[in-house]
Design a binder for this molecule. Structure first.
Ligand code: NAP
Ligand code: MG
Length: 504
């Protein structure tokens, strides 16, 4: 697909030589490098905390570095918020809630959110480049998915700000107060948009913490918010690690916690707020089943499998990390899958041809490599694409494990990397049982020619989001969220607005 669309850029390479950042196909065809420029962005040497509409130094004066995982170079130093900084931010959010945001006209509220959405669109290229530099994802994804979707969430929720009584007919929707929000590193700006936009539209004020390895796009958002003239204290953006997150969770003057991250931390948060009147939504881990029936359009399904697990280096909570293929098409699907894996371009995330960028951090790469070792020692069939990897930075080749069984750890535990565990099945009943045999329940996919099979299977899968004949598709109007250990509550759509309101 990509080959055809950029035909004029491809050149034949005799021996397929590669240098760091250059791109290679094992077929001997190379793309010329097409790096996105960085001339239009500014990354400061040091960033402060965005509290009460101003950039403020952290009380304890501590800073931590953020790196580019594609070359291990330091990008900037970031303020680390302590308990005192969190307290300052919550006080600012409370004052802004009491004095301004809960009293402001609903149309005015909407106007500010629209203004932020438009500014995000105007600065989309800057956001995309910064997201890719800080997190390692391919520029094509941050440019075409993360940033447009983040802006779309602000546009979508801006529209609801003055229509809350229509959103919940027969109810009297009331805002909650101050929302404390904590996000992970896999979709930094998008996760922030999922949380900030509905909170503001519902009339709440916000304190949000970015993940330690990807703070930069939220700091850029802080600049956009400052320029938008949003009343000070309505959105407070802080940075730090787990302790900063815990300080938000434990602050007594927060009314609602919204968390996206691992199931382990989700459990800590739920324990911490038990017995308080804080509301909470938890968007946690996943181990999604992607199911290929024998009547599925195989080529499209193979694209769906690739998109399901290798998109964003597999750093996706809803990644289709367990592949179930009906036995009579298994050989064909695996052969086509391997062929397609060979064409995936792994390398410089800033190159517009790159499919798979850098693993977000050294720690995450270690985790992925640990699971690859486990999969091999468990006896699953191992296959990796043959691409070369740059010498600096954190990288993982697209990886397959074949003949996996239900008891293998690689089919049970979230790996959060480009590693697919393949199992086969014979009947619909068998695959439903196998797919549901997991503590998670975030997402799933089904590929078949028959609508009746889609309805049958999707009604029996215990997952919050199920795609049919597609995968990893998102829209601001569609709710997203899990069952079981994947958390509870929904983000997106009206279902994502409700948790920020008292609906009497
Ligand atoms: P994580 O370790 O749980 O961290 C998530 C966020 O929580 C980070 O900002 C982290 O700070 C902070 N944190 C760490 N310990 C904390 C504590 N004790 N109290 C409060 N906050 C704390 O998860 P991750 O490794 O960054 O992200 C990957 C996970 O997120 C995966 O399991 C994935 O499935 C899940 N995820 C779920 C969804 C969904 O919608 N369901 C979406 C995306 C990701 P630091 O980063 O500074 O440590
Ligand atoms: Mg970083």
């Amino acid at each position: 697909m990509a080959k055809n669309s950029t035909k004029e850029k491809i050149k034949v390479s005799g021996n397929g030589t590669t240098i760091d950042g250059a791109l290679k196909f094992n077929s001997g065809w190379d793309y010329s490098p097409a790096p996105e420029s960085t001339g239009h962005i500014e990354i400061k040497e040091k960033y402060e905390l965005f509290i009460n509409g101003k950039f403020q130094k952290p009380v304890k004066g501590k800073y931590f570095p953020t790196h580019n995982p594609a070359n291990e170079k330091k990008l900037s130093m970031i303020a680390e918020a302590s308990v005192s900084d969190v307290d300052k931010a919550v006080k600012a959010a409370r004052t802004a809630y009491n004095k301004v945001w809960s009293k402001i006209g609903l149309k005015e509220r909407g106007k500010y959110i629209y203004r932020i959405a438009r500014a995000m669109q105007e600065k989309a290229r800057e956001f995309a480049v910064i997201e890719t530099l800080d997190g390692g994802k391919a520029i094509r994804e941050s440019r075409d998915i993360d940033i447009p979707l983040a802006a779309a969430h602000f546009f979508y929720y801006a529209g609801w700000a003055d229509k809350l009584q229509y959103a919940f007919p027969g109810k009297d929707p009331q805002s909650l107060g101050v929302a404390g929000q904590i996000i992970p590193w896999n979709f930094p700006l998008l996760m922030a948009a999922w949380k900030i936009a509905p909170a503001l539209a519902a009339g709440n004020t916000v304190i949000i913490k970015s993940a330690e390895s990807t703070p930069l796009t939220l700091l850029k958002l802080a600049e956009v918010i400052q320029e938008s003239g949003l009343p000070e204290g309505v959105v407070n953006i802080i940075s730090g690690a787990g302790e900063t997150g815990a300080a938000i969770v434990n602050h007594p003057d927060i009314n609602k916690i919204a968390f996206t991250g691992s199931t382990g931390v989700g459990k800590i948060i739920q324990k911490a707020i038990a017995g308080t009147d804080k509301k909470v939504t938890l968007e946690l881990g996943g181990k999604a089943a992607n199911i290929i029936m024998d009547d599925a359009p195989i080529d499209q399904a193979v694209e769906g499998i690739i998109n399901g697990i290798y998109f964003n280096q597999g750093h996706v909570c809803c990644a289709g990390s367990r592949l179930f293929v009906q036995e009579d098409v298994a050989d064909l699907v695996i052969r086509k899958l391997k062929d397609r894996m060979e064409t995936l371009i792994v390398g410089d995330p800033m190159d517009k041809n790159t499919d798979i960028g850098a693993i977000n951090s050294k720690e995450q790469l270690n985790t992925i490599n640990k699971y690859i070792k486990i999969g091999k020692s468990e006896g699953a069939g191992f296959y990796q694409s043959s691409c070369e990897l740059p010498s600096k930075g954190y990288w993982c080749r697209p990886t397959l494990f074949l003949n996996v069984s239900q008891s293998h750890r690689i089919s049970k535990e979230e790996i959060f990397g480009p590693v697919l565990a393949v199992q086969t099945f014979r009947t619909v009943e068998e695959v439903i049982e196998k797919a549901n045999n997991t503590p998670y329940g975030l997402s799933a996919g089904v590929w078949t020619d028959k609508g009746a099979k889609i309805f049958n299977i999707t009604s029996k899968l215990r997952a919050g989001v199920i795609w049919a004949n597609t995968y990893n598709k998102f829209d601001p109007s569609s709710p997203f969220g899990g069952y079981k250990e994947s958390g509870f509550g929904r983000e997106g759509g009206l279902q994502g607005l409700g948790p920020y309101l008292n609906l009497k």
